[in-house]
Design a binder for this molecule. Sequence first.
Ligand code: GLC
Length: 746
Amino acid sequence: MCGGVTLGKGKSGMKEEKLKELLKNMSLKDKAGQLVQLTGNCFTTADAETGPAADLGIPQDMVYRTGSILNVVGADKLKEVQDQYLEKNPPKIPMLFMADVINGFRTIMPIPLGQGCSFDPELVQEAAQVAAKEASSAGVQVTFSPMVDLVRDARWGRVMESTGEDPCLNSAMGLAMVRGYQGEGLDQPGTVASCVKHFAVYGAPEAGRDYNLVDMSEKRLREEYLPAYETAIKEGGAAMVMTSFNSLNGIPATGNSWLMQDLLRKEWGFEGTLITDYAAIFELLNHGVVKDKREASAMAMKCGVDIDMVTDCYANELEKLVQDGVISREALDEAVYRVLKLKNDLGLFENPIRYADKQLEEKLCCCEEHRTVSRKLAQESCVLLKNKGILPLKKAGQKVALMGALADSQEICGAWSLFYKPEEVVTLKQGMEAKAPLCSTSWGCDMLDAWPKWISFANTEFCGREDQSDSIQEAVQKAKEADVVVMTLGELAQQTGEGTSRGNLELADCQKQLFDAVYQVNPHIVVVLFTGRPLDIRYIDGRAEAILVAWQPGTEGGNAIADLLYGDAEPSGKLSMSFPYCTGQEPVYYAHYRTGRPATRGVKQRFCSSYQDIPNEPLYPFGYGLGYTTFEISVPEVDKAEFAAGDSLQVNATVKNTGDRAGCEVVQLYVKDCVSSTERPVKELKGFERVELKPGESRKVSFTLSEKDFAFFRVDGTWGMEAGEFELYVGSDSDTENKIQVCCRN
Ligand code: GLC
């Protein structure tokens, strides 16, 4: 149910034998150079051979042999870089241009964690297609996306880049992004090669601390953490894979031959290019598994790592390793051939700058059509956690006070929006005022009491004032004059992304003070939560009359949120990741095991798997989200209550809009294996469907389950299902108890 179709491959470029001929005629140094990736500033600063490249330790005769660069964009700039490079590159092989186009290029989409909440792979694919069109017109040929790491611990700041905690949803979203980026083939205009990352299991660092170790059984890996990579690679046809920083079971991913050779290359048959994450080959020394760069380079090469991202390891060690026979010439040639093949698939030998075109770039970037996609996806990504009738707002006869540091901010695009122009972003204030006048807008409070010393971003205006009483009092005054307060709370974009783990997920104290002070004079508060991760929002959850999670919604964020607040669009988002009761609950996720002493919800018991001081259940579970209307889902029916392994099973349910407004329900299908030879989760998502219904309208939703939906990784190391009872749940979130029992008799 969470699979997809295989894509065509690029048909462009020279014939294989010609490519092999090119390879044969390359010098050892030329070959080594193809496996080096440098930062773009090595080629955009005047002293290319003595500046950043030299600082990196790259020998001068290697700079113009470099196979690729990252994160320089712009049609004109990349044409200039390519021309200058090809003049000096001995074998005249074009350089590859790669970039982090994670949630949009210039038209920014919601952060991936928000996109996951849309449960709309088709729209996510369209958004990736928009990103590819814009990026390729600006000269980008490869994007380091999708990030399909499964995430279940919000202390880890990179959850914002993932589409959440569930393997089925992650697989569907990762596949959609690969399809959006690569289209019908890399020889087609408006496409970029997709690089799936971070392989593997980077999203499960111990204690939620970035770059920390991952220790996990093969069962868990295969059932939960690997499916999304596998789907993106085997079904999506992703052209590239990026290794992850973490170690897996004691061996760093970048030097882990089980991951890179046994699993990725042999079992999954991946023939594309494997690149490391930033400086990950050098970091093998920090991991303590090698003693020097020579050993690090050998370890990575033996794992089939093709490109060394921004270290001097391959640049300085590869030739010697081959001459000393540590790395065979065949292994080197295989790696170089994969890079040449990617360049060939992209058509670089015909046109070294591919689809880069300044006029096209200016025409496409942030055009109305692309903004429309961004606005729709942002609408579908927002999740309404609570609404005591205060929403939708009225456009007339209601005085609305907007407040908060992000109320009129363009910094709502997330940490990985590297190429956007803030002036192109619609703020919440702008979006709301386009619909109805606000009676006031006020700062309220900073986002943070004190800015983490190590963050050097220019967000100082958002944080750190000792005494915020003046702005809080001003907000209180404005709240007194209003019927309703719309208050922005949460996180700044730079508080999530790489290297932003947190030990405390609560709102900043100043935000709590603002809420308390305003609540005293006007309890009618709608909280708009801008955040890159689930937070501990207990402090406001019981008192806010509505809570809308906006994530970091992107270029059209202000319009999309206003559309929802005023009812011009219906909230339909469903949480792609659980909101914890508190930080101490992390990692918290719906597909948990039962244990030998399962707790009973709401019942305080000592000798069971529970806490003395907090519940087991998250504040809001995976799959949860409200709309402005209500829905009923019938008890599921099946075409057969008994089935044999290998049979397909039809599961039907009727959804009815029982409210007075049109709306969209995301109907979710979960499977529970009641008894099996290993522990299994209490339920697992196996299908979902967005159903748009008018008031009173009903529709039958059908899901087809096949053997692979019941299969799991068994003790003997095989995949398969087992006879026995299963429960099939159909509901509007992972807490549903709306189920039917079926039995597999053999
Ligand atoms: C970073 C990130 C990775 C990104 C790469 C290039 O460290 O881990 O996701 O694609 O470097 O910027």
